[in-house]
Design a protein around this ligand. Structure first.
Ligand SMILES: CC(C)(COP(=O)(O)OP(=O)(O)OC[C@H]1O[C@@H](n2cnc3c(N)ncnc32)[C@H](O)[C@@H]1OP(=O)(O)O)[C@@H](O)C(=O)NCCC(=O)NCCS
Length: 328
């Protein structure tokens, strides 16, 4: 008799971007910067910026609807929505409940996760635990942000780096044979945080301190150093947990902060750059949205195919960082 294990299988993905695209050329009309500086330091060429009426909740809802369509799953059967964001529509209730109401699927679990750029990894791993534990059967995991609304547009060291958007995946609990190497689902994941680094990447406001929303502040150079070390280490951890090697990975879908971080992390793991999904050039850093946005793009353009082994990874404010390996 085969003993099965429950896994969370990725059934479909979707994404949404604000209508307005702002190129580096347009950015030079707003702040003292150049296209050359931005491209050379970050790889970013353009980003989408939310306009009036476009919010984290509205972008998340659109991404969720597209993910449900791709999965062929009706919203009414979703019993868990976890939304990762650092830019919620309201301080409370959770933007996940706004999405839940928009989708018309009432009564299930719905909450937000605050882990900034690692938020999607935190949400994915939490949803995976809820599905495997039998608390839910079908989950929407969403990363959605409107970082343009917490940027200091007078600070050229940060405002050129970020963009807005949303991405979502539908997860379904499925019993699989763990001995089958082709069995789909999330195979392993690891999350970490180290609160000692708050002052390197934070927002200088909040309900309980200043009663304001605050603006993003970052010491980019120091964040960069930590990102490469932490990401390489958590990727090794997840591979060890899965009993697999980096050579077996078909695609890496990383958080899109900076092309140089993506290149350095790939080099540390001896991963060829053509296995890394890159969207930072046209999305910039969309924080919690960047991983599901990149995943959805690579699924829709046919790069990521059913059966591929995909590594998701991210690092962000907190610091927080994490990775997850899934056969899709
Ligand atoms: C932010 C980042 C691109 C800056 O690159 P850097 O090489 O470290 O650059 P520095 O911050 O040291 O600045 C170098 C110079 O460029 C200038 N500069 C900064 N922003 C600029 C801009 N938008 N346009 C032109 N010049 C700029 C600085 O003023 C500085 O000038 P100075 O040497 O005369 O003082 C880079 O550190 C980075 O990407 N870090 C990681 C950030 C990240 O990934 N964060 C998110 C994690 S979730």
């Amino acid at each position: 008799m085969t003993t099965t294990v429950r896994r969370s299988v990725l059934r479909g993905s979707g994404s949404a971007l604000p209508e307005r695209c702002v190129t580096n050329a347009e950015m030079t009309t707003m702040v003292d910067t150049t296209d050359e500086w931005i491209v050379e330091r970050t790889g970013i060429r353009a980003r989408h910026i939310a306009g009036e009426g476009e919010t984290t909740g509205s972008l998340a809802t659109l991404a969720a609807r597209r993910a449900l369509d791709a999965a062929g799953i009706d919203a009414s059967s979703i019993d868990c929505i976890i939304l990762a964001t650092a830019t919620p529509d309201q301080t409370f209730p959770a933007t996940a409940t706004i999405v839940q109401n928009n989708l018309g699927c009432r009564g299930g679990i719905a909450f937000d996760v605050a882990a900034v750029c690692s938020g999607f990894l935190y949400a994915l791993t939490t949803a995976d635990a809820l599905l495997r534990g039998g608390n839910a059967r079908r989950a929407l995991v969403i990363g959605a942000e409107t970082f343009s609304r917490i940027l200091d547009w007078d600070d050229r060291t940060t405002c050129v780096l970020f963009g807005d958007g949303a991405g979502a995946v539908v997860l379904e609990a499925v019993d699989v044979d763990p001995a089958d190497p082709a069995a789909p689902g999330i195979i392993a994941s690891r999350l970490h945080a180290d609160g000692a680094y708050n002052e390197l990447l934070y927002v200088d406001g909040g309900p309980s301190t200043t009663q304001t929303v605050g603006k993003l502040r970052m010491k980019g150079r120091e964040v960069f150093r930590h990102a490469v070390v932490n990401l390489a280490s958590v990727l090794e951890e997840v591979l060890a947990e899965a009993g697999l090697t980096s050579a077996q990975i078909d695609w890496v879908v990383p958080h899109q902060a900076n092309l140089r971080i993506l290149d350095a992390t790939a080099r540390k793991l001896s991963l060829p750059p053509e296995k890394v999904v890159v969207t930072v050039d046209h999305h910039a850093n969309t924080s919690a949205a960047s991983v599901p946005l990149a995943y959805d793009e690579a699924v829709r353009d046919g790069r990521i195919k059913p059966g591929d082994l995909v590594m998701f990874e991210a690092m962000g404010g907190g610091f927080t960082w994490g990775a997850a390996l899934a056969r899709v």
